[in-house]
Design a protein around this ligand. Sequence first.
Ligand SMILES: Nc1ncnc2c1ncn2[C@@H]1O[C@H](COP(=O)(O)OP(=O)(O)O)[C@@H](O)[C@H]1O
Ligand SMILES: [Mg+2]
Length: 355
Amino acid sequence: MARTRLAILYGGRSAEHQVSVVSARSVMEALDPDRFEVVPIAITREGAWLLPDRSPLELTASGGALPEVEAAGREVAVRPERGLAEAGAGPVDVVFPILHGPFGEDGTVQGLFELADLPYVGSGVLASALAMDKAMAKVVLAAAGLPQAPYLVVPERHWRTDPGRVAAEVADRLAYPVFTKPARLGSSIGITKVKTPDVLAAGLEAAFAHDPKALVEQGVTARELECGVLGNDAPEASVVGEVVPGHEFYDFEAKYLDESLKLEIPAPVPDAVRSQVRELSLRAFQALDCEGFARVDFFYEEATGRVLVNEVNTIPGFTPKSMFPLLWAASGLAYPDLVARLVDLAVERHAARRR
Ligand SMILES: Nc1ncnc2c1ncn2[C@@H]1O[C@H](COP(=O)(O)OP(=O)(O)O)[C@@H](O)[C@H]1O
Ligand SMILES: [Mg+2]
């Protein structure tokens, strides 16, 4: 059987650049070389696409920091009529964009692959864009009847022209602590737990540093449960896991740098909670029109028994510490088989669209 030429895109212009490099490296290490020929494509922070001189496997991080794409390599480009064929990379069968955050997880790069008629792993343009935008995702999830924490959307313009009114609305509709978040980012970047009204401004400024649209969300006292979803038309849910951050909340440090983070798989919560999470995961996946894979994150309020959807990640982390691959491993699908399944789903979706 001919090997599948799989382009792996990593790095990119988002603040989650380094996380993407670590994810890509793990995927490359796990792929079966008899089945896949990997074509690594590095995207620099400036947005240049390169066939890198050094593979991501050779990149080392200095001083505890995460690795970065190097701006050294041959430039490569997607051409609408030829995919990556004319780019010096040779023909590619499938693309796996392992890019978290804006310009990767948000539908932009997916649109490019649609134009180029290239099969790619994961959700399409609409689902990617919806899930990336926490404000829009909430509207769609609410329409599907999914439970979520109360929130307000704050455009930067409103805050600049009338901060008093925004503060009053927060006080009126929500109770402190609240969380301020950029609408379109991830990895907890720009997120603040705002405990008192006097630091709402600082929280919003931190969010606006990344996005002119912010959310202020009701803080909940809850455990954090996560569930993996895999499939196209008939998606399946994995076992449910719990993240136990050793920090005040699940911030960037806790996610990637802190060894005290604990992932509990399966989550030590009642069976009924786990089955509710799995069912809500599938509903959220379908409400947003996701394809391929996603990780759906929840808050489980033990005091009330309530389960709330927090967010849907259409390109979940694939680092060695990442929940998504661990959930599937616990569900009987080992890492290399998981990646192979994602590639199959990409090909299947591409064929179905063509019909
Ligand atoms: N409403 C909330 N109540 C309690 N904790 C929250 C709330 N919103 C976010 N958090 C904390 O912040 C983390 C990151 O928030 P999240 O919305 O998942 O953003 P990201 O897309 O960056 O992962 C969560 O995993 C959780 O620890
Ligand atoms: Mg999150």
